[in-house]
Design a protein around this ligand. Structure first.
Ligand code: NI
Length: 256
């Protein structure tokens, strides 16, 4: 399996990092993608990538919840470090109007700038969308370039999935929420083809059942895959194989 969204560089793993990685490998995780957040977590993420070659692949991007008065410097940080090493994606980027609408215009500007960068560099994007679906679509329209990527932590309807497919070469990232009781996303997952689904955890957040409420980790991506298999009535191995192919097609993992 490939966990396409895991913040393994988070402080939450300071005490048991090596054990957490061992559990992920034992659980069947072959690779994972680390989305960037901002300059403050950049060095920790790069250190994880160097410590885990062929396993932990870093992305670079400015996360929407980290956009505030110093947003110009933070966006510049992305450009300044773009040529440091190969990144598998620009992310995580997007819009989040749940926590605050204070920097709405700045969120739009930063998202559009990073979408444009991804299109120019032919990299996929990892999109964080929270209470901002229409704004996200508006930015995709505004940039008007061919884009590919993942709608991370997708919990929308089948109709929203259809709009995402019409907007570009996108997959939806399905995580722990699909295991929650009465999760609406289960109905959408039933109808969304496996060929358009990526597995993810968003660790240390969004922990699947039966560990909901505790710290999440990449090993639990198996619980997500098993739930998707149950919803779709297919074998776990089918979910594993198809979603791994999807992630490899999207992120084109390089050998470092
Ligand atoms: Ni994330």
């Amino acid at each position: 399996m490939i966990d396409t969204h895991s913040h393994i560089y988070d402080e939450a793993y300071r005490e048991d990092f090596d054990e957490m990685i061992s559990r992920a490998r034992e659980s069947g995780v072959e690779r994972l993608v680390m989305p960037g957040i901002d300059s403050s977590c950049h060095n920790a993420m790069v250190a994880c990538a160097d410590a885990l070659p062929y396993f932990a692949y870093p992305a670079i991007g400015l996360h929407p919840t980290e956009i505030r008065e110093n947003w110009r410097e933070e966006l510049q940080f992305v450009y300044d470090h773009f040529d440091d090493r190969p990144w598998v994606a620009i992310g995580e980027i997007g819009m989040d109007l749940y926590w605050s609408k204070e920097y709405l215009q700045e969120q739009i500007e930063v998202f559009c700038a990073q979408l444009t960068l991804a299109a120019e560099k032919d990299l996929p994007v990892i999109i964080h969308a929270r209470e901002a679906t229409e704004e996200i679509f508006e930015c995709l329209r505004r940039v008007a370039k061919p884009l590919r990527g993942s709608f991370h932590a997708f919990t929308g309807s089948y109709e929203t999935y259809r709009r995402i497919k019409a907007a570009g070469d996108f997959y939806v990232g399905i995580g722990g929420v699909v295991t929650f009781k009465n999760a609406h996303i289960a109905q959408a997952v039933e109808r969304i083809p496996l060929e358009d689904i990526l597995l993810e955890t968003d660790a240390p957040y969004l922990t699947p059942v039966p560990y909901r409420g505790k710290r999440n980790e990449s090993a639990y991506v198996r619980l997500v895959a098993e739930k998707i298999a149950a919803i779709k009535g297919v074998a776990f191995e089918v979910v594993d194989r198809v979603t791994t192919e999807n992630a490899a097609d999207l992120f084109r993992f390089f050998k470092k």
